[in-house]
Design a protein around this ligand. Structure first.
Ligand SMILES: *Cc1c(COP(=O)(O)O)cnc(C)c1O
Length: 361
């Protein structure tokens, strides 16, 4: 059976080389005679896998030494609640900039534990632009400022790291982590569910400045405490070993491909191909996001009506392109172009779009 081009927003496509290596090692991990998922997380074999994945991720993202890198069960949504519990004192205010669906989710998870202040909200403008930095209303004593680096559903991303002064900047990078070079030192905390651009679902990465781990936060169990996870190398309890292993293979692949500089180049080329096709279609295809903040990872687009939307999804599927249906909250179509999506896949989609328009325009 041939593999298709998979444009899923998440869980998302993984490199074939990574899947093949996992397949090769499934029954017998490097001569041990057992699968890596059958071994103790405290044994030498898995400890090596875990340490290598962390070292590779640190190298890939140039993570400074004064940052801890955590590998945790629970998705990005879990982190959205935990960061409030860990870093805000009871009743303390935290600033949130809302640029789409996931910014709203972050507030929904945090508001049980912090006094959420919306510093800026793109919803009145239909989430077509990121609120300009000089229009943000930041609080005096905020525990942190939270942003969503890339909005997976609405298709917009920060092109620059916003300056928020001395208050730590916390960012949800679930759908754009390792897609380009990022100066980690500008952030207090970066978190991401792995299933978009980093690996399989079931594991999240949290990159946090170590001094922040000293904050008291709020009463909570050890298992909800980042400092405890950091002190035990993310092995406070049994970590998701299979997911960690697969993430490690994927990060290694990204390094071998040339690292984040190379992926920034590829992702710019892939997204430019898509946006040029959309903008050059005479209005048959539409993307409504302000050009300066259009996402390189997730591209929502629309055809003139719902009949054509359904036809596009069905015919593209038959032509070997998977999961182009838009998120139900915005409708239309969406192409996700994560690191593992090759340029050829985007070229095939753009060719299909041109052909589809000729037949239906
Ligand atoms: C997918 C996604 C989430 C939610 O991730 P889960 O792992 O399902 O909790 C949060 N934020 C962003 C930006 C996402 O793309």
């Amino acid at each position: 059976m041939a593999r298709v081009y998979n444009f899923s927003a998440g869980p998302a496509t993984l490199p074939e080389a990574v899947l093949r290596q996992a397949q090769d090692e499934m029954l017998d991990w490097r001569g041990v005679g057992a699968s890596i998922v059958e071994l103790s997380h405290r044994g030498a074999e898995f400890m090596e896998v875990a340490a290598q994945a962390e070292a590779d991720l640190r190298a890939l993202m140039a993570v400074p030494d004064d940052y801890a890198v955590l590998f945790l069960g629970g998705g990005a949504t879990t982190q959205q609640a935990l960061l409030a519990l860990n870093f805000a004192a009871p009743g303390q205010v935290a600033d949130y900039v809302v640029s789409g669906h996931w910014g709203k989710t972050a507030i929904r998870q945090a508001r049980h534990y912090v006094d959420v202040h919306v510093a800026a909200d793109g919803e009145p403008g239909g989430f077509r632009d990121i609120p300009a930095r000089d229009a943000w209303v930041l609080s005096e004593d905020a525990a942190y400022v939270h942003i969503t680096a890339n909005e997976t559903i609405h298709g917009l991303e920060y092109r620059d790291t916003p300056d928020v002064g001395d208050v730590p900047l916390f960012a949800d990078f679930s759908s754009s982590i390792a897609s380009e070079p990022v100066d980690v030192s500008r952030y207090g905390l970066i978190y991401a569910g792995a299933q978009k651009n980093l690996g399989p679902v079931g594991i999240s990465v949290v990159i946090v400045r170590r001094d922040l781990l000293e904050r008291a936060g709020q009463p909570r169990a050890d298992i909800f405490t980042y400092a405890s996870h950091a002190a035990r190398d993310s092995m406070l309890n049994t970590p998701p070993t299979w997911n960690w292993y697969l993430l490690g293979l994927n990060v290694k692949w990204m390094l071998e491909q040339g690292g984040v500089e190379e992926f920034a180049r590829r992702n710019a080329a892939k997204s430019a191909l898509m946006y040029t096709a959309i903008d050059g279609s005479g209005g048959f295809y539409r993307n409504e996001v302000a050009p300066a903040v259009r996402s390189r990872m997730n591209i929502p687009f629309f055809v003139p009506d719902e009949t054509l939307t359904a036809r596009f999804v069905a015919e593209s599927r038959a032509a070997g392109m998977l999961a182009l249906k838009g998120h139900k909250s915005v409708g239309g179509l969406r192409a996700s172009l994560y690191n593992a999506m090759p340029l050829e896949g985007v070229q095939a989609l753009v060719d299909f779009m041109r052909d589809f328009q000729q037949r239906n325009g």
